[in-house]
Design a protein around this ligand. Structure first.
Ligand code: ADP
Ligand code: MG
Length: 445
């Protein structure tokens, strides 16, 4: 078992993590439920308990289809045990503590403001809106699963919850469950740890509409994906509605199982794109009305012209303007907005960053040529800057993965995914690279 588990870790972590934490482990015993591992130091033990245990349990669940309970002991204890014949290592501190407070994300925490009434329809979200409405009227019938994808702050969560809110208004008996993918993951891991997978299943499969928000966070989470796959099938086969959102198409989610990717495409995948100027003005107008703000039309248009991609930022700008007007005790005019938003302008320019800007900056920062950055050389001194440039292109621009690949000498989008994964992993552990990336970012801004 340990061999299989360590292979999983090797596949899913960086070499550095693997060498530091996984390699020094000595498997001691496995009795079908308790897996005892021996570690060289207390530091290792703490790290395993706090950081790696959930992964261990998850991987073991995939491999054995059962719940294991990890037990971590120290190499020094094992030696002691060997000399003190037969004496049981009674290291109670190593037992995972049962989490008394724990309960599943039971409530349907729907934001009551996220309604269809408060949602402004525009070109970028028309289709998503229509599909959402149909699904709220006839869940489980036409579009299953309904899958929204698009950038942050474009209204995915709002629309998803509008389905739930409307359904509950029209049919209060409906069992609606909304969770973020992180909540799903946490519930699942906690369920395994507390031997409550049955309860978990009852909780998640006994619903009429299951909404899971931001499923891109299922990336890399093998065990959770496995469980979600079964949840999905169960609901689907019983004609229960599933609604999902993600910031990208399923194919672009790293390490998302192929069978999930294909299932997500069974129903209706709809993208939501940034609102055009008209829509942004309409959204601001609606928001101003809700907040009882008096703002002249040309001032609204001015704000909408300043923030061009993200509704959340648009709302943020309006709050800022509102606060500013209160502070100065002046009515909201275009002049006042100009002053209030001066600091925010940066966000807009950074949105317009191009891949070429990023390539230029990264190339000069690391003293590599643009040709090498886009080329195929495998030297570390070039590969790392190349991966950083891809990573930043993904993070700081709205370009799709295939587009980014193309701009890097016609590489495949999987290469870009790999680069992004790699850098995301590295910045978790390598302070120098993290700092370099922060430097480059601030220079780009
Ligand atoms: P996402 O989940 O896509 O990141 P959200 O649904 O959280 O985005 O939306 C961000 C904010 O913008 C929310 O406050 C939401 O109410 C608002 N919003 C987004 N799109 C619209 C829209 N078309 N009309 C009104 N408000 C919107
Ligand atoms: Mg959201």
């Amino acid at each position: 078992l340990w061999q299989k588990l360590s292979e999983q870790f090797r596949e899913n972590t960086t070499d550095l993590t693997y060498d530091t934490w996984i390699k020094p482990v000595t498997p001691i015993s496995f009795d079908g439920s308790t897996l005892t591992l021996s570690l060289p130091s207390e530091l290792h033990r703490d790290y395993w308990k706090e950081q790696l245990a959930p992964n261990l349990i998850e991987y073991a669940f995939v491999i054995t289809k059962g719940n294991i309970e990890p037990k971590f002991i120290l190499d020094s204890d094992v030696k002691k045990e060997e000399t003190e014949l037969e004496s049981e290592p009674t290291d109670d501190a190593n037992e995972p503590e049962p989490d008394e407070e724990f309960s599943f994300s039971k409530e349907t925490h729907l934001n009551p403001n996220y309604t269809f009434d408060n949602f402004i329809i525009g070109k970028g979200n028309q289709m998503a809106h229509a599909a959402a409405l149909i699904v709220s009227e006839e869940p489980g019938k036409l579009y299953n699963p309904l899958f929204f994808y698009g950038g942050v702050g474009l209204g995915k969560t709002h629309l998803m919850q509008a389905i739930g809110n409307k359904r509950l208004e029209d049919h209060p008996e409906t069992n609606v469950k909304y969770v973020t993918s992180e909540a799903f993951t946490n519930d699942f891991i906690n369920a395994i740890q507390t031997n409550r997978t049955e309860e978990f299943r009852r909780e998640y499969r006994n619903v009429d509409i299951l909404m899971v928000d931001d499923i891109q966070f299922f990336a890399q989470k093998e065990g959770t994906q496995e469980e979600f796959f079964h949840t999905f099938n169960d609901l689907y086969n019983n004609d229960k509605q599933i609604v999902l959102t993600s910031d990208r198409v399923p194919q672009e989610i790293p390490k998302l199982q192929e069978r999930l990717v294909s299932r997500f495409a069974w129903g209706l995948p709809v993208d939501i794109t940034p609102p055009d100027l008209e829509t942004r003005i309409a959204i601001l107008k609606n928001k101003a009305k809700l907040d009882n703000l008096v703002i002249p039309n040309d001032t609204l248009a001015y704000i909408a012209g300043q923030i061009d991609s993200n509704v959340r930022e648009l709302e943020g700008a309006l709050s800022r303007v509102q606060a500013y007007s209160k502070l100065k005790n002046e009515p909201i005019t275009t002049d006042l907005v100009y002053e209030a938003l001066r600091g925010l302008k940066l966000t807009k320019t950074s949105r317009e960053l191009s891949i070429v800007d990023i390539q230029n900056k990264v190339a000069s920062y690391f003293h590599v040529s643009i040709t090498d950055l886009k080329g195929k050389k495998r030297m570390k001194s070039i590969v790392v800057p190349r991966q950083i440039a891809m990573y930043l292109s993904r993070e700081m621009t709205n370009n799709s993965l295939p587009k980014i690949g193309k701009e890097f000498g016609g590489k495949d989008h999987t290469t870009v995914i790999h680069a992004c994964d790699k850098i995301s992993e590295i910045i978790k552990i390598d302070i120098d690279i993290r700092k370099e990336i922060a430097d480059i970012k601030s220079e780009l801004n």
